[in-house]
Write a protein of this length. Structure first.
Length: 256
C-alpha cells in the first residue's frame, strides 16, 4: 500500500486566495505540490485544510471550525496514516476569540497531537509520524486589508511568539518541527495567506522533512529526526533557495 500523508490545517493548507476567496489549483497549493514531488506511485497526500479552522476554540460565528471537534473523524477517514502534517494556530488569534494567545494555542496543539496519537489511525505495526509546523506570522499588511477585520495588532504580536511555544511542544512530544516563519512570509495582499511563492517554498520545506522521515526505516526513526539532521535539512533548503535567486538574477536581462 502507498504511504499516506495527511495535511491537516487551515486556509493556508486549503489554498485560500485573498480578495477572491477562491482556491489555488493543484499546480500551486503546497500539499498538491508535495504530492507531485513525492510522486504518485508510492505516496498519497490527503489535503485536509479548512478556511477559518482553529485549534480547540469555538469561533462564535461558526463553531464548526473548531479543529479538535472535527479532527477525529477526519483522521479516521484518512487512515492508515504514515505521516500527519499539522499546521494550525493563526485563526486562534482573531480578536473574537479571547482565549487565543501563544501559550494557550501551544497547549491546544499539544492536546490535539496527543489525541491524534490515541485514535488508532496508525498503519498496523507502525507508529504514525508527526510533522508539526508553526504557521507563517501575520504581518502589518493585514491592518490595512479591510475595515472591521477580526485581526488586530495583538493578533500580529501573538503570531510572532507562536513559533517558540510550538517548538517546545515539538520537543516535549518528540515530533518533527518546522517554524515556517523563519523561511516564509505571507503575501503582501492581506498579510496572512501564502501567495504562489509561499506555497512553493512551503512545499519544499515539507517535502525535505517528510521525505527524510519516510526514508528512515530503522526503529530509532519511529518518532523524530535528530536536531542535527533537522538543521542540515533546513540549511540545505536555504542553500537551494539562494542558488535559485542567484540563477534568476544572472539570467535577468540587463538594460542597455
Amino acid at each position: 500500500m502507498k504511504k499516506r500523508i495527511v495535511c491537516f490545517g487551515d486556509s493556508n493548507t486549503w489554498g485560500y486566495i485573498p480578495i477572491t476567496g477562491e482556491r489555488y489549483d493543484e499546480s500551486i497549493r503546497w500539499p498538491a505540490r508535495l504530492q507531485e514531488k513525492l510522486g504518485y506511485q508510492d505516496y498519497t497526500v490527503v489535503e485536509e485544510g479548512l478556511t477559518g479552522r482553529t485549534t480547540v476554540f469555538d469561533d462564535p460565528f461558526d463553531p464548526e471550525l473548531n479543529g479538535l471537534k472535527t479532527m477525529p473523524a477526519v483522521l479516521r477517514s484518512a487512515a492508515p496514516i504514515d505521516v500527519l502534517v499539522f499546521m494550525l494556530g493563526t485563526n486562534d488569534f482573531q480578536s473574537n476569540i479571547p482565549a487565543g494567545n501563544p501559550i494557550s494555542t501551544a497547549r491546544a496543539v499539544q492536546y490535539m497531537l496527543e489525541t491524534a496519537r490515541k485514535l488508532g489511525v496508525d498503519r498496523p505495526g507502525e507508529k504514525m509520524k508527526i510533522l508539526l509546523i508553526s504557521p507563517v506570522e501575520i504581518t502589518e499588511d493585514r491592518l490595512t486589508f479591510k475595515e472591521n477585520d477580526v485581526t488586530d495588532q495583538t493578533s500580529i504580536d501573538n503570531s510572532r511568539q507562536l513559533g517558540k511555544c510550538l517548538r517546545t511542544v515539538a520537543e516535549q512530544l518528540d515530533v518533527e518541527f518546522i517554524d515556517a516563519a523563519q523561511f516564509i512570509k505571507p503575501g503582501k495582499v492581506d498579510g496572512v495567506h501564502l501567495d504562489e511563492e509561499g506555497h512553493a517554498k512551503m512545499s519544499e520545506l515539507v517535502y525535505e522533512m517528510v521525505h527524510t522521515m519516510l526514508s528512515c526505516s530503522s526503529p530509532c526513526c519511529n518518532w523524530a529526526v535528530s536536531p542535527v539532521l533537522q538543521n542540515q535539512i533546513e540549511e540545505e533548503i536555504k542553500r537551494k533557495w539562494k542558488k535559485k535567486k542567484s540563477n534568476a538574477l544572472n539570467s535577468a536581462p540587463t538594460s542597455a
